[in-house]
Design a protein around this ligand. Structure first.
Ligand code: MRU
Length: 354
């Protein structure tokens, strides 16, 4: 099945490497290679990122987005930056590493995968006894590539477990984009959809458009139709009506951070979808890898919610659509309480509580 590959590591000669052994001995500094998601679905273009500023900007502007994808991008991006640290010794290397990781982590606050991936990379380096900066860089790149490889496997496992929830002729509703574009692999919420399609099941996907940045209308619709899957875009405000008409048998969404009690932060609009699904007695599942669970936070009230620019709401396609004088509130995520979540589709199985 054709699927767009979101995040890749490339050597400076342009060759693609996904396995640490193939790239670690290369003397050439590499770069992070991403699909620029701000241009989809009109243009499928890749961008090569080398500096911390370029990587920060790509994450901040959602050129690369989706919780696991920004974790992978930050880890690989950190490794790309480290190849250009020119540190004289271990102490200097570790100082530059911490400074760059902190900077990248500040690009977006809600998805815990970002901090998780950066912490994992930094810990791997700090815990090693390596003293040579070149050796430390190799170690860092190895860890970043391991995160990407692991993410691919996690997505596949989530897909296989989620498949058990899908029957022939089901209508599945999803919100935002939690597919191949949002991960290093085939997605979280969309992984069971791909698995069902590959198993030959007849399925229909309803994709909420996901205002204000239209990740559903632009990205989910694009990647599913790219793979040949039946997808229908609806406005966010239509979800309850489509449920009442009996077109939806199952809702699957992704998450950016799940607290210890199971409350799940995901793209704004997810909470109202969960309320509507609950009212219509439609199962509502959250698909997540372990890297999205933040056990340090007891419940959803402590999850930091990203506030984004007014212009995402007041303009459309570069054109002003609101009066100049209005006030705008633009939280990018909301928190769905665990009580509205039927279960979690994880790499270990489908569970009713995490
Ligand atoms: O602002 P975005 O587009 O990064 O938001 C993404 C989402 O809300 C996804 O549903 C979530 O990150 C899960 S991605 C597998």
């Amino acid at each position: 099945m054709k699927r767009p590959n979101t995040v890749q590591w490339k050597a400076a000669d342009g060759s693609i490497h996904l396995k640490p052994d193939e790239v670690l001995d290369s003397p050439l500094p590499g770069f992070l290679d991403i699909i620029d998601q701000t241009l989809l679905p009109g243009k499928l273009e890749r961008r090569q990122l080398c500096t911390a500023e370029e990587i920060f900007h790509a994450i901040r502007t959602l050129a690369v987005r989706g919780a696991p994808a920004i974790g992978c991008a930050a880890a690989l991006g950190l490794a790309a930056c480290a190849q250009r640290f020119h540190a004289a010794n271990r102490t200097e290397f570790l100082a530059r590493l911490a400074e760059t990781a902190d900077y990248l982590e500040s690009s977006r606050p809600t998805a815990v995968n970002l901090a998780w991936a950066l912490n994992r990379c930094c810990s791997a380096v700090r815990l090693s006894e390596e003293t040579d900066p070149a050796g430390l860089t190799r170690l860092l790149l190895g860890e970043a590539l391991a995160i990407l490889d692991e993410d691919i496997a996690l997505c596949r496992a989530i897909g296989q477990h989620g498949l058990s929830l899908i029957k022939n002729n089901m209508g599945i509703l999803t919100h935002c984009n939690a597919g191949a574009l949002a991960t290093g692999g085939c997605g979280t919420a969309l992984a069971p959809v791909y698995a069902a399609w590959e198993a030959g099941l007849n399925i229909r996907v309803f994709s909420d458009e996901t205002r204000p940045l239209l990740q559903g209308a632009r990205l989910t619709a694009w990647e599913l139709s790219y793979s040949g899957i039946d997808v229908t875009t609806i406005c966010d405000s239509m979800a309850a009506q489509v449920m009442r008409e009996g077109r939806v048998d199952l809702v699957i969404v992704g998450a950016d951070r799940v607290a210890a009690n199971g409350d799940a932060a995901n793209k704004i609009g997810t909470y109202q979808l969960a309320i509507a699904a609950n009212y219509h007695r439609i199962p509502f599942y959250v698909a997540i890898p372990y890297s999205t669970i933040d056990r340090s936070i007891p419940d959803g009230s402590r999850i930091p919610i990203e506030q984004r620019s007014e212009s995402e709401i007041t303009t459309f396609n570069g054109m002003r659509i609101s009066p100049e004088t209005i006030k705008v509130y633009n939280p990018a995520f909301d928190v769905t309480p665990a009580s509205l979540i039927t279960g979690y589709i994880t790499e270990k199985g489908v569970v009713s509580a995490i």
